[in-house]
Ligand binder design. Structure first.
Ligand code: ADP
Ligand code: MG
Length: 393
């Protein structure tokens, strides 16, 4: 959840399988405190109300393990209510100054994205747009206009399953910035709010960059696409600075390019839903992004029913089908992020068909009695890591 505030069952476990060693770094310029030999890097991310708190833990090149003369540099911090991690592999020695510049560059661009798209910041572009009562064009940054356009494209493709106007429902169900006790809202309150839902009630244009609503009470929530967008921005920033071997991750949305410290293509694990240590499968990401949407990270339960933070804009209620997790691979992480949400809303049948129609690499994990069943598109099969990487878990 972008800029997540509601801490329900809010521990997110991301597993990044890299075939490197596990480093745990505790202090900005201090020593590496623990180095474990493992095939997995496990990062436990606690979703907290903190936003824009960019406390950074850093792994200096001098602290890193040498592998084929390739140094691994890790920069991590908090953003969007979750955590980010950037891994850079370099064959050159990076000075402390260069390192600080890269880290500061990442932090400031994440600050800008938050200031554009976070509904948790009252002065952000999106919050000001949400408060704007008129229905004429509202000027925004090119970035926000682009994310709106990309979101509308995914709404069209998914027949409205992905819909950023879902914000009032997200708030009503207790998953947004408007704090309330997690509880099941009345049918009347859902019907009331449904009047403001629908992606056709908004438009976006790039010149001049601006967005527009047809109904003044429309309220947009970019949570399902913004983490992916942030990943894309960091990747572009790294490339602009001549860095070509990297893995960028924000709260589970990932983009990787080039080769890892072992000089092989980055291998990334997809976690088993609700299992803190299991890896369902492993993919190779070569200049590609991967995003996952799941119903098991943020939810509350009432009378044995699970209410997740993924809302079906057609019913105004959280999804109820058996699709527990969807992973999508694409060059654009923002697009993968939005599509993963669209597919999980549509469910195992229609969601899978959408992925096939779009020739998208997609991996679905479906609940069946006490176990999970996998379903993958032919395009996803081509992204699977070589057998030896997948059989090691
Ligand atoms: P996560 O952030 O956990 O990776 P998603 O990318 O699927 O998961 O984003 C979920 C968030 O998106 C919700 O917390 C909510 O703010 C918003 N959202 C919920 N349902 C929809 C939907 N149908 N379309 C667009 N955004 C949604
Ligand atoms: Mg998403």
């Amino acid at each position: 959840m972008f800029f997540a505030c509601v801490q329900l069952h809010a521990t997110l476990l991301i597993m990044i399988y890299t075939r490197d060693e596990l480093f745990s770094v505790q202090a900005a310029w201090g020593p590496v405190y623990s180095i474990m030999s493992s095939n997995m890097i496990i990062t436990q991310l606690k979703k907290t109300p903190a936003i824009l708190c960019l406390a950074v833990t850093i792994m200096l090149p001098s602290c890193s393990k040498k592998g084929l003369d390739r140094d691994l540099i890790v920069i991590s911090g908090k953003t969007m209510g979750t955590e980010y991690e950037v891994k850079i592999v370099t064959t050159e020695t990076i000075s402390k100054q260069q390192f600080i510049e890269v880290r500061n560059g990442i932090d400031s661009l994440l600050g800008v994205v938050n200031q554009q798209m976070s509904t948790y910041i009252d002065s952000s572009e999106i919050s000001r747009f949400n408060c704007y009562e008129k229905t004429d064009w509202f000027p925004v940054s090119t970035e926000t206009a682009e994310v709106f356009k990309q979101s509308l494209e995914v709404s069209e493709k998914s027949s409205g399953a992905f819909d950023i106007t879902v914000g009032p429902l997200v708030n009503l169900w207790g998953f947004g910035p408007e704090k309330r006790n997690a509880d099941v809202p009345s049918e009347e309150s859902i019907t009331q709010v449904m009047r403001f839902i629908g992606y056709r009630k908004i438009s976006a244009r790039l010149s001049p960059p601006s967005i527009k609503k047809k109904v003044s009470d429309v309220y947009c929530d970019l949570a399902a696409v913004a983490k992916g967008y942030g990943v894309d921005r960091i990747a572009e920033y790294l490339e602009f600075n001549g860095i070509s071997d990297y893995l960028v991750e924000i709260g589970g949305e990932i983009r990787a390019r080039g080769r890892n410290q072992r000089d092989t293509v980055w291998q990334v694990g997809i976690a088993v839903p609700e299992n803190e240590s299991g890896i369902q499968t492993v993919v190779s990401l070569n200049n590609l992004s991967m995003a996952t949407s799941g119903d098991y990270r943020f939810y509350f339960e009432r009378e044995g029913i699970r209410y997740s933070h993924i809302i079906n804009p057609g019913t105004g209620k959280p999804i109820t089908h058996k699709l527990a997790s969807t992973t999508v691979i694409h060059t654009s992480c923002a697009y993968a992020d939005a599509m993963a949400t669209a597919i999980i809303v549509l469910g195992p049948g229609e969601g899978y068909k959408l992925a096939l129609r779009e020739n998208l690499p997609a991996f679905l994990i479906i609940r069946e009695k006490d176990s999970f069943v996998e379903k993958m598109t032919p395009a996803f099969k081509k992204c699977l890591a070589p057998d030896e990487h997948r059989s090691n878990h």
